[in-house]
Design a protein around this ligand. Sequence first.
Ligand SMILES: [Mn+2]
Length: 338
Amino acid sequence: MRDIYAIGDLQGCQTSFEELLALLPQDADLWLAGDLINRGPRSLDTLRQVIALGNRVTAVLGNHDLHLLAVAAGVRQAHGSDTLDDILNAPDRDALIDWVRHRPLAHFDRGHLMVHAGVLPQWDAAQVVTLAHDVETQLRGPDWQTFLSRMFGNQPDQWREGLPDEDRRRLTINALTRLRFCTADGRIDFKLKEGADAATDDLKPWFDAPNRRTADVTVVFGHWSALGLVMRDRVLGLDTGCVWGGKLSAVKLADAPAQRDLIQIDCPQVRDPFGSGDGKKRSKIKKSEKAEDAFKAAKEEKLGKSARKIEKIGKNAEKRVKLEKVEKVEKTAKRKEA
Ligand SMILES: [Mn+2]
């Protein structure tokens, strides 16, 4: 059997992807955890390269991939922070879009279940595949544009048997491509984007939900860069923030966790976490520290103009770190009260 390497979010960082590929065996299968494109500088090149890898690749759909489909379908506005124009203006755009909309939302093989973001605690692996397949059928059908136009929105935010078709499909998409935190009974929180230490008594990372019915398989996912690399016996979180100047990660899958192999490369920071658009909302201690370090280094070297630029970022970082400290103190105080 061929080796499988699971790889985290590429987000249009083709140069980093190429660098990583060079470190992997030429004949290995590649599982991509979704968000192949957007935010990074080379969405089109990334997509072309992934497609050129042919059936070596299994890629599940991420929220950015679905966003591309919705923008291409004309049912959703592009965001200021999108870097999708090169795909949308490509001469073979239709073929590219068709390839993307034929990707699965979940892939289950050799005891490993791959989704972009997460799964609800009430679903077992077989049910995830069934729910995903139902959405995939819609995406591959003739009315996929209309279908997508109805799939955005945050309701329902919780699973129950007997949901109407559209609600069930919207919830499936939201869980598989957007989930980070949820309550013990599987209610999705759409606001928290910080790392696992932002968990509260009510909200836990989805993979820590008690009685999660996928606990008997290994769930492979991306999407959550603030979480960092997660390598537990049966949980593999692979979004290590390539586009934010973090790392791009590949893990050789194995039945025994000790037999896994982790390969990572450092990525240039192509997006500023405090920059425009959605990036503004990101509050990540790791990035704050990075910006701070850059600020300090620039100050020490008295780089003048560029130092002033970085100073701006550094000040934001200081603010954030302070805010996070205050929040932490408050949390600790709350815990003591409880
Ligand atoms: Mn994502």
